[in-house]
Design a protein around this ligand. Structure first.
Ligand code: NAD
Length: 474
């Protein structure tokens, strides 16, 4: 794969700047690939191509768009080995996790969107009118580094299925899977301009995308501050915006629940991807009366997690994504200690000779006003808080500016659901319930605007148009 080109208007082309951004492997600290440092000129070219393509693509029947996408998926799945390899290299993701959650799950997700597209309610008869769901137009997609392919799929696939065209800017830290996706779109024979890829830094071209005249909608996933900045620019032109932002998600263990299973589920969330998951259950709320028993379990189960080279099959935590992320996590751990939390498991991250490794870290004696309980650390750092009553647990869980995800473990499913209905987040896991790819996904409060996933994720990229045609009655 030639990573030094951009994909614009159906062709691989040189970037305007002639300069490149190095992609570092966080486990070897080597630059192993380079991608074009995109500029405003590249964004303009891609957006104009997408605008021209939109005039045609919006009129292609959904069934044909689905057939194009199915062809793309069939080609894309043959690239699996390369996709897994670059995800290990650019993210430091351990091989097992890279293979399953980072890549295979994304194939499932694409298939799910294709299957759902057929059922999208794109035409609705009202008593005196017919309401059509129109595509929004050209969608600028800006994505983060933590699930490089997943966050791209969540935007690009539903947007194109619904008749939009796309300009994608992946994270400059993990841009490589997007090149395989572009090649799969190319080989599937999509009309030129339907999908365009421009790589570059957020500060250089993220803002440009947000303000570009030809772009009608911005679909952004990333940190809350960057989302607010991009959203502000886009709203100056009243572009549609869809935002998937940060989280500080609570996991409540109710008294009498199966503590061991609950802790395992919480660990599988907060230690997954070395804690670099937007939905990571980073605040564990436990009943005060059972804190000693639960602390013992935390220590015992945490020992099972293997940190090591991402290429090893037995490893659960590879490196964190970058030197920048390593320093951020270290600063938070130091701050947690300074503010009086107790380090039950783990240590202040120590730099090894090569690679940015952070061990599972658990703080107890955390209060919800501490910085480590309020801000998104984005590392394998769990804050344990105690509560005396269920009302207090709910209050602590909701006492955050975020509202992305959460979990409740109860002695019964019904008791967990009763508490979950009071949690102000877009998703709540109930006991060991798995994630549903067809359900809407997104955040309350400062965790975002809009939804991805399932039918809501498809309709996010449409606008209703009502024709007053006297409807059914006429
Ligand atoms: P980030 O905000 O730094 O970057 C995200 C994207 O925006 C990148 O492509 C980046 O180049 C671009 N960007 C950054 N600053 C910009 C600016 N000022 N103007 C325009 N574009 C800009 O986020 P990140 O560090 O890549 O990712 C981690 C964050 O993403 C975490 O906060 C995490 O919770 C969030 N996230 C949310 C979801 C979700 O679905 N809610 C999913 C994954 C990640």
């Amino acid at each position: 794969m030639d990573f030094k080109k951009l994909y614009i208007n159906g062709s691989w082309v040189e970037g305007a700047s002639g300069t490149y951004i190095g992609v570092e492997n966080p486990a070897t600290e080597q630059i192993f690939a380079e991608v074009p440092a995109g500029t405003a000129t590249d964004v303009e070219r891609a957006s104009k191509a997408a605008q021209v393509a939109f005039a045609y693509w919006k009129n292609v029947p959904v069934s044909e768009r689905m057939a194009y996408m199915q062809r793309m998926l069939d080609i894309f799945t043959t690239m699996k080995a390369d996709l897994v390899q670059v995800t290990i290299q650019e993210l430091g993701a351990p091989v097992q996790f890279a293979r399953t959650a980072q890549i295979e799950y994304q194939f499932t997700r694409i298939q799910s969107y294709i299957d759902l597209a057929e059922k999208a309610p794109l035409e609705e008869k009202l008593p005196q009118s017919t309401v059509y769901r129109e595509p929004v137009g050209v969608v600028g997609c800006i994505t983060p580094w933590n699930y490089p392919l997943g966050q791209i799929v969540q935007k690009v696939v539903p947007a194109i299925l619904m008749g939009n065209t796309v300009v994608l800017k992946p994270s400059q830290y993990t841009p490589l899977t997007a090149f395989y996706l572009a090649e799969a779109f190319h080989q599937a024979g999509f009309p030129a301009g339907v999908f365009n890829l421009v790589t570059g830094r957020g500060g250089d071209i993220g803002d440009v995308i947000a303000e570009q005249d030809e772009i009608d909608m911005i679909s952004f996933t990333g940190s809350t501050p960057a989302g607010i900045s991009v959203g502000r620019l886009a709203l100056q032109h009243l572009k549609r915006i869809s935002m998937e932002l940060g989280g500080k998600s609570p996991c409540i263990i109710l008294q009498g629940a199966d503590y061991e299973r609950a802790i395992r589920m919480c660990f599988n969330s907060i230690f997954l991807n070395s804690g670099q998951t937007c939905t990571a259950l980073s605040r564990l709320l436990i009943p005060y009366a059972h804190k000693d028993e639960i602390k013992q379990l935390l220590c015992r189960i945490a020992k099972e997690y293997v940190v090591g080279e991402p290429t090893r099959e037995d490893v659960q935590l590879g490196t964190v994504a970058s030197a920048r992320q390593f320093k951020t996590i270290r600063a938070y751990v130091e701050q947690g200690i300074r503010q009086g939390a107790t380090l039950l498991v783990g240590e202040v991250p120590q730099k090894t000779a090569v690679g940015y490794y952070v061990k599972p870290t658990i703080f107890t004696d955390v209060t919800n006003d501490m910085t480590i309980a309020r801000e998104e650390i984005f590392g394998p750092v769990l804050c344990v808080l105690t509560y005396q009553t269920e009302d207090e647990a709910i209050r602590i869980a909701n006492d955050t500016t975020f509202g992305l995800s959460g979990a409740v473990w109860g002695p019964t499913k019904a008791e967990a659901i009763r508490i979950a209905r009071n949690i102000r987040t877009g998703n709540v896991y109930i006991n060991d319930g798995p994630r549903d790819v067809t359900a809407p996904f997104g955040g309350f409060k400062e965790s975002g605007l809009g939804r991805e996933g399932g039918m809501d994720g498809l309709l996010e990229f449409t606008e209703p148009q009502a024709l007053f045609d006297a409807g059914e009655i006429g």
